[in-house]
Design a protein around this ligand. Structure first.
Ligand code: SAM
Length: 243
């Protein structure tokens, strides 16, 4: 059943949908009165609705039933992703949303090859936010994960360090495995930081460790920067009992 996010909790049995979503319903999905769709208020509620009327930019839905949203994990996971080359970030955002991340924070690392100017950064963030919304609709999330503005490295480490557990995925970490850090522990908020294709510079590793982040290995193989977040997110979701 098609799924759309609404900004406010409905205060009655009818909900009006306008703008892009109304266009998608009427022109792309070509939905007609009587068809069913789900609205989600991003506050833990799903509304099973019947389409009452569908003009081009204005759709009215009637709420038939309210049920709890089930698409949100028990642990809040934020992905701190060093800007990768090309359109890899599109893929990382989409997979992170499907896998349950609550937030995605892009940051510029020393070895980030991609150095877009402010205007193109704004456009990229806008595209990533659209990808996050589409992925949240497709994967039936209970809320649309936020894609934050691009941070510098120090800002990213400071913010990540405020989580209950801040995982620094370091390809040269030889002692501490992700399993040992997560085993038999329950966390309510986890940060996962991943480097760019060229990895982290030594001074970045020191800054992360001083910033209360835990350097962690994903094993002896070197994963691509777009593989590492998916692997780590899946592991944290599994260990937290969300899978
Ligand atoms: N330049 C590094 C090298 O060739 O040794 C590889 C960097 S890797 C392509 C990109 C990022 O993925 C790393 O900075 C790290 O955050 C993460 N990563 C990849 N493999 C990892 C591993 N085995 N353990 C922990 N993190 C890993």
């Amino acid at each position: 059943m098609p799924r759309f996010f609404i900004d406010d909790v409905p205060n009655g049995v009818s909900v009006n949908i306008t703008g892009e979503d109304a266009h998608h319903i009427t022109r792309v999905l070509r939905m007609k009165a009587g068809e069913m769709l789900t609205l989600c208020d991003s506050r833990g509620n799903d509304y099973i609705c019947e389409l009452e009327s569908s003009e081009k930019n204005n759709v009215t839905c009637k709420i038939l039933k309210t049920i709890p949203s089930v698409g949100e994990p028990s642990v809040d996971i934020t992905i701190y992703m060093a800007l990768p080359k090309g359109d890899k970030m599109d893929f990382i955002v989409q997979k992170a949303v499907e896998l349950g991340a609550k937030r995605i924070v892009p940051f510029i690392a020393k070895r980030s090859v991609s150095r877009p100017d402010e205007k193109s950064l704004y456009k990229k963030c806008d595209r990533w936010r659209k990808i996050a919304k589409e992925a949240a609709m497709q994967s039936e999330r209970g809320a649309v994960p936020q894609v934050s503005d691009v941070l510098n490295y120090k800002q990213a480490v400071d913010e990540a360090g405020e989580h209950e557990l801040a995982i620094f995925l370091y390809e040269n970490e030889k002692e501490t495995s992700i399993h040992s850090v997560l085993e038999d522990k329950i966390f309510s908020s986890v940060a996962i930081m991943i480097g760019p294709e060229g990895g982290f510079a030594d001074e970045e590793v020191n800054t992360a460790i001083q910033g209360k982040m835990q350097s962690v290995s994903l094993g002896s193989r070197i994963l691509r920067c777009e593989t590492a977040p998916i692997a780590a997110l899946s592991i944290v979701m599994y260990e937290s009992g969300s899978f």
